[in-house]
Design a protein around this ligand. Structure first.
Ligand SMILES: [Zn+2]
Length: 98
């Protein structure tokens, strides 16, 4: 049974919580944005800026999601699970969470 170091486990857990936190924050932001456009009379320029920010946030989320690799086999974890870090690496089977 392969084990990864407590240090790596901690990093993975932090990444897991951060991606989920960001995902939730993103949806709150996106829904708030839609609400603001529906309810407030925003100028075209303001709307463009808001959509620009939203697009930037999506980009950062995608980057974060696919930046994490398995500490054991270096396989990309972003493809293995919808959100955060999977319990086990699907490639080498190593435990990624305590
Ligand atoms: Zn692996």
């Amino acid at each position: 049974m392969i084990m990864i170091s407590p240090n790596d486990l901690q990093k993975l857990r932090r990444h897991h919580n951060a991606t989920i936190g960001l995902f939730v924050a993103f949806w709150i932001f996106a829904l708030g944005l839609v609400g603001a456009i529906e309810l407030l009379d925003l100028s075209e320029g303001t709307q463009d800026n808001l959509f620009g920010t939203l697009f930037g946030a999506v980009l950062i989320l995608c980057l974060l999601r696919f930046a994490k690799r398995c500490p054991n086999c270096r396989s990309n974890l972003g493809w293995q699970v919808r959100l955060g870090i999977p319990k086990n690496c699907q490639k080498c089977g190593v435990d990624l969470r305590e």
